[in-house]
Design a protein around this ligand. Structure first.
Ligand SMILES: CC(C)(COP(=O)(O)OP(=O)(O)OC[C@H]1O[C@@H](n2cnc3c(N)ncnc32)[C@H](O)[C@@H]1OP(=O)(O)O)[C@@H](O)C(=O)NCCC(=O)NCCS
Length: 176
C-alpha cells in the first residue's frame, strides 16, 4: 500500500526545490554570470571553497593549507587567469586557467547542478582563447567526469601515481 504521508513529503520536497530555483532566479536559462579576476578580498571565499573540497575527489589538494599559506598562494598569481564566478554580489565559485592551459573549476555546494559550471567554462574559454584546454580529473570524481564530457572534453590519458611516505609533507607544501 502506498503511504500517503510519504507522497506528501516527496511532493513538498519537489515543490520546495522548484520554489528555491524560482525565488532565487536560478533557473538554468535565466542565470547570468560574470568572471571577475580574483583579488585579495576573495581569499576568505576561496578558503571556504577549499574547505568544501572532497580530498578523495581532488587530485592536487589533499590537505587543507593554513589560511596564511592559502593567502600567500592566492597572492602569488599561480595561474594565467583566476576568476570568481559571480552574479552581482553573489559568489558561486572559482575557475582558473593554469599556465599549462589546465582548467580548474569549483562551484560552491548548494549552487551546483544549476548550469553555472557550464556557463563559467564557456566564458573562461571565450575570454582566454587557446588551441586546446586540459582538465585533470580524479577518476573517482564521477560528476566532474560527466561535467567535462558534457562540455566536449575527451579522455586522452590515464596517469598512475605512487604515493611515498613523504606524500603528506608534500601535500601541505604543494601549490594547487
Ligand atoms: C563539477 C562541477 C564544476 C560542475 O558544475 P555545475 O555547475 O554543478 O555543473 P552544471 O550544472 O553546469 O552541469 C553540467 C553537466 O555536468 C554533469 N553534472 C553536474 N553535476 C552533476 C552531478 N551532481 N552528478 C552527475 N552529473 C553532474 C551533468 O552531465 C550536467 O549536465 P545535465 O545538467 O544536462 O545533466 C561542480 O559540481 C563542482 O564544482 N564540483 C566540485 C569541485 C570539482 O570536482 N571540480 C572539478 C575538478 S577541476
Amino acid at each position: 500500500m502506498i503511504d500517503n504521508n510519504l507522497i506528501k513529503i516527496l511532493n513538498q520536497g519537489n515543490i520546495l526545490k522548484y520554489n528555491n530555483l524560482k525565488d532565487s532566479n536560478m533557473t538554468k536559462k535565466k542565470m547570468t554570470i560574470q568572471l571577475i579576476p580574483v583579488k585579495k578580498s576573495d581569499c576568505s571565499f576561496l578558503y571556504e571553497l577549499l574547505e568544501e573540497r572532497n580530498p578523495k575527489a581532488n587530485i592536487s589538494h589533499r590537505k587543507l593549507p593554513s589560511y596564511e599559506n592559502h593567502v600567500k598562494f592566492v597572492m602569488s598569481k599561480p595561474y594565467s587567469n583566476w576568476y570568481i564566478i559571480s552574479n552581482k554580489n553573489q559568489k558561486f565559485g572559482s575557475i582558473y586557467l593554469s599556465k599549462q592551459d589546465e582548467i580548474g573549476i569549483f562551484i560552491k555546494k548548494g549552487t551546483q547542478t544549476r548550469g553555472i559550471g557550464t556557463k563559467a567554462i564557456k566564458l573562461l574559454m571565450k575570454k582566454n582563447l587557446r588551441p586546446r584546454y586540459l582538465a585533470n580529473i580524479n577518476p573517482k570524481n564521477t560528476k566532474s567526469k560527466k561535467f567535462f564530457k558534457k562540455n566536449n572534453f575527451k579522455l586522452i590519458q590515464h596517469t598512475y601515481e605512487l604515493l611515498t611516505s613523504k606524500s603528506d609533507t608534500f601535500a601541505t607544501k604543494k601549490k594547487d
